[in-house]
Design a binder for this molecule. Structure first.
Ligand SMILES: [Zn+2]
Length: 297
């Protein structure tokens, strides 16, 4: 990624960046717009409003608009606020629509952030979000589709302190990570269109997968669900026994769950016979299966 200077002319300092600044950290924003970094900066420097920031970043470049030793008006925390007076503001472009273009911009912003951390000798605690200063839901796209920790992990990956992370995905998310989720779910036997959009069908598949894996069924794809998805699909789990005679029985759901865990099985004819007694041997086998499910041994 290149960093290009398109710095505020000193004639406009009075409006855009009136105070000298010794920066203390970095404040991350989303533009809530679908314009490129160059277009964002042209607009910002060309208008008469105070609103300003130090960098705009898109999928190809970062454009440097306000010198880092001058303040910018971005954090909504007032004339003497820490955000407005001591933080370097980075606007990440294409956040209105999100998706792959936004993800590329977010990765470039992580690279720029990591570079600034190194330059100033700061650790990750110096990276804040707009929300930390004023409560505004910004960077909105990061917060809604990926989670703040995901962005911090992107920065850590740029610093060489972590692997490139997988984001927390919930309904409404879009982009490459959602495609990856959908293709993993497909490999686990869920028929899904790989369209990169986390809609109702993907949500259903995620919940069903979580249920069968014994995970919390919240429809949110976090670290545990990712870890389970990345395993080799197991025949035993994806090919769950379905019984002909449990439909509508009060214990149907319990029986299905235990069958998915491999703890109970049918009678070999496709029936479960939910109201029949079991033998001591069958009881022993069920306990053994349950111990194996819990301990893995
Ligand atoms: Zn913001």
């Amino acid at each position: 990624m290149t960093v290009r200077d398109k710095l505020c002319p000193s004639s406009k300092y009075k409006i855009k960046c009136p105070y000298a600044m010794k920066p203390e950290g970095i404040c991350i924003h989303n533009t809530a717009n679908d314009a490129s970094a160059a277009a964002e900066v042209s607009y910002m420097l060309g208008n008469g409003a105070q609103t300003s920031y130090h960098y705009a970043v898109d999928d190809v470049e970062a454009v440097h608009a306000v010198p880092n030793d001058r303040n910018a008006w971005h954090a909504g925390d007032g004339g003497k606020g820490a955000g407005n007076r001591r933080y370097i503001a980075i606007e990440i472009c294409y956040s209105k629509s999100g998706g792959t273009r936004f993800e590329a911009a977010m990765k470039n912003a992580a690279e720029l952030t990591a570079g600034l951390l190194k330059e100033y000798g700061w650790d990750i605690s110096h990276v804040k979000k707009h929300q930390d200063f004023s409560g505004k839901y910004c960077p909105h796209r990061i917060l809604s589709d990926y989670g703040w920790e995901y962005f911090l992990n992107l920065v850590r990956a740029e610093l060489g302190e972590a692997e490139t992370p997988t984001p927390v995905l919930t309904k409404g998310a879009v982009g490459e990570a959602v495609k990856k989720l959908q293709s993993r779910l497909s490999e686990w036997g869920y028929a899904l269109e790989i369209d990169g959009s986390f809609g109702p069908a993907t949500l259903e598949a995620v919940k069903e997968f979580q249920k069968k894996q014994g995970l919390e069924v919240d429809g949110s794809v976090g670290p545990l669900t990712w870890a389970a998805l990345m395993k080799e699909p197991s025949e035993e789990v994806s090919d769950v026994e379905k019984f002909a005679d449990t439909n509508g029985h009060w214990a149907e759901e319990i029986i299905d769950e235990l069958a998915a865990m491999g703890i109970v099985h049918g009678d070999g004819t496709g029936d479960f016979r939910p109201d029949e007694p079991i033998t001591r041997a069958e009881a022993a086998a069920m306990v053994r299966n349950a111990v194996k499910y819990v301990t893995g041994k």
